[in-house]
Design a protein around this ligand. Structure first.
Ligand code: ARG
Length: 294
């Protein structure tokens, strides 16, 4: 089949209209925690205003809709039980990072979130993961992303650079360390999305906001991911980049119009959702979804 195709490809494709490549979805598993106790009662990022009202029931409805979107796309959703008083526990991405059935556990930067770590530890241990205790402060998949064999890792606001050394040791993979420099983009997952983690063999592809990174980080990303989607600061500020891709479908904040158009133009299928209530805590689609890689 491949041989036949090779012989039918014309010598030059320069005159053809550029067609978006076909993207391939792979089935994913996500860990989620229902926002039954969600509110904003402290401020540990610039989005959070404890004196402004929140609507827990609306947060739950928006979260339920996202869960149903994942199921509709054929993905598996697993659940961590929410704990009364742990208002940020819905942001399940922060509770750990998994690759190859190993879970590197979180050690939260702020005392308000530290008690969450026990629930995540127990969950991973009970669900067949080999758990690795962290020696360094890190917020799991909030700051770590798996991109085609390499791990992208952010530091500067929450996770420490030391945690990147631990990551490399735990997973035995290359870690690209990136310094975050804008307090609005305090986690890697609000500054960068992995669109295609190369599960199907091609190169990994990302979308990101260059100005969220220091100069060295910008240079590294440009060099390693030349074929990226660049997102505006304005859309990144509504957490456009806090999106979740299965290689083809990209679940994304519904108001990120330019990013949604760019995704469609690049052959992805944008799946817009509304998580406006969780945005009040500085979280979006990706923050509430930790991918489980067994
Ligand atoms: N209020 C939460 C915090 O500041 C939001 C966490 C968002 N999670 C994420 N993966 N970016 O910790």
């Amino acid at each position: 089949m491949a041989r036949t195709l090779l012989h039918t490809i014309p010598p030059t494709t320069a005159a053809r209209p550029a067609a978006a490549p076909t993207r391939t979805a792979t089935r994913r598993s996500y860990l989620m925690c229902r926002p039954e106790y969600f509110t904003v009662s402290y401020a540990i990022n610039p989005f959070m205003h404890p004196d402004e009202p929140t609507d827990t029931a609306l947060a739950v409805r928006q979260w339920d809709a996202l869960r149903d979107v994942y199921r509709g796309l054929g993905h598996e959703v697993e659940f961590l039980a929410p704990v009364p008083g742990l208002v940020d526990m819905v942001f399940a991405a922060n509770g750990g990072f998994t690759v190859d059935g190993r879970a590197y556990l979180a050690s939260f930067a702020y005392p308000e979130r530290r008690p969450e770590a026990d629930s995540f530890r127990a969950w991973f241990a009970a669900h067949g993961f080999e758990t690795h205790e962290p020696a360094s402060v890190n917020e799991g998949e909030g700051d770590f992303a798996f991109a085609g064999g390499v791990i992208l890792a952010g530091h500067g606001f929450r996770s420490t650079a030391d945690s990147h050394t631990e990551l490399a040791r735990v997973f035995g993979r290359e870690v690209l360390s990136l310094r975050l420099v804008d307090e609005r983009f305090y986690h890697l997952d609000v500054a960068l999305t992995v669109l295609d983690s190369a599960a199907t063999g091609g190169p990994a592809r990302i979308a990101y906001l260059p100005s969220a990174f220091d100069e060295a980080g910008q240079a590294l990303l440009a060099q390693r991911f030349p074929d990226s989607i660049i997102v505006s600061e304005q859309e990144a500020a509504i957490l456009a980049l806090n999106s979740v891709s299965d290689g083809r479908n990209v679940v994304v904040a519904q108001d990120a119009h330019d990013y949604i158009a760019a995704l469609a133009g690049a052959g992805y299928t944008p799946v817009p959702v509304d998580l406006s209530e969780l945005l009040k805590s500085g979280g979006g689609v990706k923050c509430v979804s930790q991918e489980l890689r067994r």
